[in-house]
Design a protein around this ligand. Structure first.
Ligand SMILES: Cc1ncc(C[n+]2csc(CCOP(=O)(O)OP(=O)(O)O)c2C)c(N)n1
Ligand SMILES: [Mg+2]
Length: 563
């Protein structure tokens, strides 16, 4: 294309179009008015949010669902620092994301001008790359680099600061070509070596995690698992990587996992770890495998060579993206004398028993077993389930069967407040899909204001808000370590159903099991964003135990220890 003079703001927005951006999330600021003006006429759906944390989490959700960088725009110091939890999530969750931040004019820098920040310093350790663009003529080059950095190897967040006067200056420069994510393919010799190891193994298992997957890659891995009769486990909050109704699906390595899953992974003689890092949570505080040399034969497949050998010394390290690796699996042959379907079948039977909602009972008039059973019976299999952090999320992780890629939005980084913004983003991207956010009473109020964004854009998300009147997770840990000494974990909550109505949504209070189904039906029929304010007995602290039982166990072990 012939270059004609454009403002920095226009060049920037033109680059977004070139790289295929169709949505972005922002809170406006006077620092990037020229970019906002260029967006006025661009074919990009802009979602204006209520807080930058919400905008950045929406961008992360976009990245998780599409594999393309989620884009957010925030203003200087207060805006960008508000966005920081979303940047941290994208880092820990390996999500491609680019945050553009307004910056003071170039002629004022280094005076600590109004809201000035040194973005390279502030975001340098959390982002994959943090930079500032001084010259509008370099926007095509540096924005192109940002898309490559965000998506290459292990994906992650990029932060780009835009001095205000750079955005209004004009330059004549050609657009960059669209970015191409760089694929890393396994070598033929490595696939042959893996086949040899798999043939020699008696109790192999697969563990799937990380990003850079796709529906096609999941399908290919499933066919490989069938041919090898391989039990497959998903990492913490990566349950959409293998269909729960597949006969080789063994469950997930989450918080409070099925003890049978841990036993099977520990007793495996070969672990095929694809895409994930087996970090603290899935590795059960790093107790699952020995560090640095696991007893099991470890075949580690990861798109970033720096992750291979970082914690665990693999027997075979394969630097490949899950998409490229899964494609190469089609050529790997199972042993001719089949291993029989016993191990995969038993693992799947363990999962089915563990995830059956009819087996749980806990104190209180509202029972989560029937609630989850009702959701399983009424929501479509491609519904997108979102959550933030807190014990409430264990109801989703254990009892919702994730059956398709692109149906789970949950922070492996354990950041509270993720569920509602993720649901807003999901519904904005896929208006025809059912989108449900699970939230705790603590979790909800971290970014619950984005419910207003759902109302503003007419996005009928459903929020199932589990209110136990406390930061229950922390109370649980308190009872374990300091039994009976409740400190800073109790919450006095608003009427969340009235909150929903005040925002222009649909709100209902659910106190008893039998009230849930009709309330859900009314919520869905309303066509509005809805909150079901569910009152959960504080004793129902996990699907497996009560608060009192945890406290008594801790007190008893103190007595036993002579404390
Ligand atoms: C942003 C953030 N702040 C604090 C924490 C620590 N934290 C983890 S879970 C939790 C409590 C969650 O409370 P709630 O949402 O009510 O869920 P519950 O555990 O009661 O089910 C807290 C404070 C966190 N993970 N993230
Ligand atoms: Mg709570």
């Amino acid at each position: 294309m012939t270059a004609h003079a454009r403002t920095g703001g226009q060049i920037l927005v033109d680059q977004l179009i070139v790289h295929g951006v169709d949505h972005l999330f922002c809170v406006p600021g006077e620092s990037y008015l020229a970019a906002l003006d260029a967006l006025h006429d661009a074919a990009i759906a802009v979602t204006v949010c209520r807080q930058e944390g919400g905008a950045a989490m929406m961008a992360d959700a976009y990245g998780k669902l599409t594999g393309r960088p989620g884009i957010c725009f925030t203003t200087r110091g207060p805006g960008s620092t508000n966005a920081s939890p979303g940047i941290h999530i994208a880092r820990q969750d390996s999500t491609p994301l680019i945050m553009f931040v307004g910056q003071v004019g170039r002629d004022m820098r280094e005076r600590e001008a109004f809201q000035e920040l040194d973005y390279r310093a502030v975001f340098g350790s959390v982002a994959k790359w943090a930079t500032e663009i001084d010259d509008p003529a370099r926007l095509p080059e540096l924005v192109s680099r940002a898309f490559h950095v965000a998506t290459a190897g292990r994906p992650g967040p990029v932060v780009i600061a835009l001095p205000e006067d750079m955005l209004t200056e004009t330059a004549s420069v050609a657009d960059a070509p669209p970015y191409e994510p760089v694929e890393t393919h396994p070598a033929l010799g490595q696939m042959a070596e893996m086949q040899k190891l798999l043939w020699a193994a008696e109790r192999p298992v697969a563990v799937l995690g990380g990003s850079r997957w796709s529906a096609a890659a999941v399908g290919r891995f499933a066919r490989f698992a069938e041919r090898f009769e391989l039990p497959v486990y998903c990492s913490f909050r990566r349950q959409m990587l293998f269909p729960a109704d597949h006969r080789c699906h063994g469950g997930d390595l989450g918080i409070g996992p099925n003890p049978k899953v841990l036993a099977r992974v520990k007793e495996a003689d070969l672990i095929l770890l694809v895409g994930g890092r087996l970090s603290e949570m899935p590795a059960q505080s790093y107790t699952l495998l020995d560090i640095p040399a696991p007893k099991q034969t470890l075949v580690h497949v990861h798109p970033d060579p720096q992750e291979l050998g970082r914690v665990y010394r693999p027997h075979l390290a394969v630097n490949a993206s899950p998409t490229a690796f899964s494609a190469a699996l089609e050529a790997v042959q199972p042993p001719t004398a089949g291993r029989g379907s016993g191990r995969a079948r038993d693992a799947h039977a363990d999962y089915l028993a563990w995830s059956d909602p009819s087996v749980v009972e806990h104190p209180g008039a509202l029972q989560m077993g029937p609630v989850m059973a009702h959701l399983r019976a009424t929501l479509p299999p491609d519904a997108i389930l979102c959550n933030g952090a807190g014990n409430f999320s264990s109801w989703v992780h254990r009892f919702w069967p994730f059956r398709a890629y692109g149906t789970q939005l949950a922070p492996t980084s354990g950041s509270m407040g993720y569920g509602v913004p993720a649901a807003v983003a999901a519904k904005r991207i896929y208006p025809d899909r059912t989108v449900v956010a699970f939230a705790g009473d603590g979790d909800f109020l971290m970014n619950g204001q984005e419910f207003a964004t759902a109302v503003q854009y007419g996005l009928p998300i459903l929020v199932v808000l589990l209110d136990n009147g406390m930061y229950g997770t922390i109370r649980m840990h308190q009872e374990r370590h300091y039994p009976g000494r409740v400190s800073a974990t109790a919450l006095r909550n608003p009427d969340f159903a009235a909150y929903a109505r005040a925002f222009g949504g649909h709100g209902e209070r659910v106190e008893r099991t039998e009230e849930f189904a009709p309330a859900l039906e009314r919520a869905r029929a309303s066509g509005k964003p809805a909150i079901l304010h569910c009152l959960l007995d504080p004793e129902a602290i996990t699907p497996a135990t009560t608060l009192t039982a945890i406290r008594e166990k801790a007190l008893a072990s103190r007595v036993a220890a002579g404390a």
